[in-house]
Design a binder for this molecule. Structure first.
Ligand code: NAD
Length: 501
């Protein structure tokens, strides 16, 4: 038994105390049940079993959390950046102690494999680690003697109260992209996790709330869906909004934030191309493409959902054959089963939506080379790896995000044609090339219109010291999550010009 499987066997996937039966909101350090609002169930995607009821908070519940954040923020902002960094260090230690339990909770509520969930929680902790450098990151600039006796200094101050709205597919990592940098900069935060799987965010909020060095009210959490998001966007006490979700919701959040005068960063959907050159090392290419296309059942914003096969027809056919053989061998099943490669989708409705997309792609002319449909499995949400060859180059299967385990294949005669096609996407999150040729890799990284580029790396997720830097419709706003961008987003600059007589 490996160390991992030993700890997995002993750590149960426990429902957080604040989510037994009904998921509570965290307001000013207290866990409260919103009164008189409708609820939706959150369920285990592998079995369909209901885990808890999630309240759809309204404007009054949002108002209470924003008021608590607003009351706590000035005191927190006056705490020294060194002490805020120490609080983040304590948060990091508490999260590390809970790492396996959090991963198991992600698998239970969202469905992804334990290996994937462990990686997600690791990435979230990495953001906390990056934010512990906050005293360095907050340092300003100074220029002395700009005129006789006149000095100029640039200071960074917190924006105030920050809302962070997260999607279902990374229920632990994305709250942790925002929370540490936001509070590290001296802001208070109101988290609004996805109503489809809020349990990991609730556990993270419990952990943060138990860190003595983080005062009550600095971290708050509101459960809900669209109405809670709109209430946050409309509330005058919210100064900045961090959002991650689909492109359509990102655009809605961006326009409403503009209308209500808030700073925003709204990270949206994606359609990422994986360009396969004929000289790519075959085994590494197949592993990289399959991991990117089918990991988390394709429910990642960095999923490579189009394989652009470059070369002569025989080379393209060879690459396709290898990919289909690899995809066919993947095991579909529950995320908690160590044998599983492809987990269920978030729920049966999602599986039905993706299956309808497969039908539509075939009707539009794509060839169904591998059909992963299997009736949904135990919880109704399973869909196996599916490969579609061709179809209209501007059709939905090749251009739009399907968010399921579907790999569409496009053929291109050469690298130029592949780049040209990829660059015509409305999105620009990630793009990947598999090649043994340094010149091709260099041309690709220079010319490709995407903000995260992989060279022989199937999922090009930057470590947290760099920004998560999608382009085009993959983001509305200018500043990305993580890295220095996060500090720019969560602070306002103040330039002081001084003359002493
Ligand atoms: P979603 O847009 O449905 O939901 C995201 C959040 O917005 C949730 O908290 C939800 O409650 C809220 N919401 C949903 N509809 C709303 C509406 N009409 N008005 C106001 N709020 C609304 O996204 P999802 O399905 O939870 O997540 C998957 C999407 O997120 C995919 O498109 C994926 O590519 C994207 N994503 C992007 C990144 C990135 O970094 N660019 C990272 C992860 C996920």
């Amino acid at each position: 038994m490996t160390a991992d499987s030993a700890s997995a066997a002993t750590v149960p996937a426990a429902i957080p105390a604040a989510a037994t039966d009904r998921v509570r909101n965290l307001v000013g350090g207290e866990w409260v049940v919103p009164a008189g609002v409708a609820t939706v169930p959150t369920a285990d995607p592998a079995t369909g079993a209901e885990l808890a009821e999630v309240p759809l908070s309204g404007a009054a519940d949002v108002g209470a959390a924003v008021a608590a954040a607003g009351a706590a923020q000035p005191v927190w902002a006056a705490t020294s950046p060194l002490d805020r960094a120490r609080a983040l260090m304590a948060l990091r230690e508490a999260l590390v102690a809970e790492r396996e339990a959090l991963a198991r909770l992600v698998t239970l509520d969202m469905g992804k494999t334990l290996a994937d969930a462990r990686a997600e929680v690791g990435r979230g902790i990495e953001s906390v680690e990056a934010a512990t450098a906050i005293p360095h990151l907050l340092k300003g600039e100074a220029l002395t003697g700009v005129a006789r006796g006149v000095d100029v200094e640039l200071l960074r101050q917190p924006v105030g109260v920050v809302a962070a709205i997260s999607p279902f597919n990374f229920p632990a990592m994305i709250p942790l992209w925002f929370l540490p940098f936001a509070i590290g900069c001296g802001n208070a935060i109101v988290l609004k996790p996805s109503e489809q799987d809020p349990l990991a965010a609730v556990r993270i909020a419990e952990i943060a709330n138990a860190v003595e060095a983080i005062p009550a009210g600095v971290v708050n959490l509101v459960n809900g869906g669209r109405d809670a998001v709109n209430a946050l966007l409309d509330h005058p006490g919210v100064d900045a909004v961090s959002f991650v979700g689909s492109a359509a919701t990102a655009r809605h959040v961006a326009s409403r934030a503009v209308a209500t005068g808030k700073r925003f960063q709204a990270l949206g959907g994606a359609k990422n191309s994986l360009v396969v050159m004929p000289d790519a090392e075959p085994a590494a290419m197949v592993e990289g493409v399959l991991g990117s296309a089918f990991g988390a059942a394709g429910q990642r914003c960095l999923a490579g959902s189009v394989a652009v096969l470059v070369g002569q027809p025989a080379e393209q056919d060879g690459a396709l054959e290898a990919l289909v053989a690899g995809a066919r061998a993947l095991t579909v099943g529950a995320g908690a089963d160590p044998a599983t490669d492809v987990c269920p989708l978030i729920g049966p409705a999602s599986r039905e939506r993706v299956e309808a997309e497969i039908d539509a792609a075939v009707a539009a002319g794509a060839r169904l080379v591998l059909d992963g449909r299997r009736g949904g499995g135990r919880g109704g949400a399973e869909l196996g790896p599916t490969v579609l060859d061709g179809g209209p180059p501007e059709g939905r299967a090749l251009r739009e995000e399907l968010f399921g385990p579907v790999l569409s294949v496009l053929r291109a005669p050469d690298l130029n044609a592949a780049i040209e096609w990829a660059n015509a996407s409305r999105y620009g999150n990630a793009a990947v090339i598999f090649t043994a040729d340094g010149g091709a890799a260099r041309a690709f990284r220079t010319r490709i219109a995407a903000g995260m580029v992989g060279v022989n790396v199937g999922v090009a997720a930057p470590v947290a010291w760099f920004p998560f830097s999608g382009w085009n419709d993959s983001i509305d706003g200018d500043l990305h999550a993580n890295g220095r961008d996060a500090v720019e987003f969560y602070t306002r600059k103040k330039v002081v010009t001084t003359r002493w007589p």
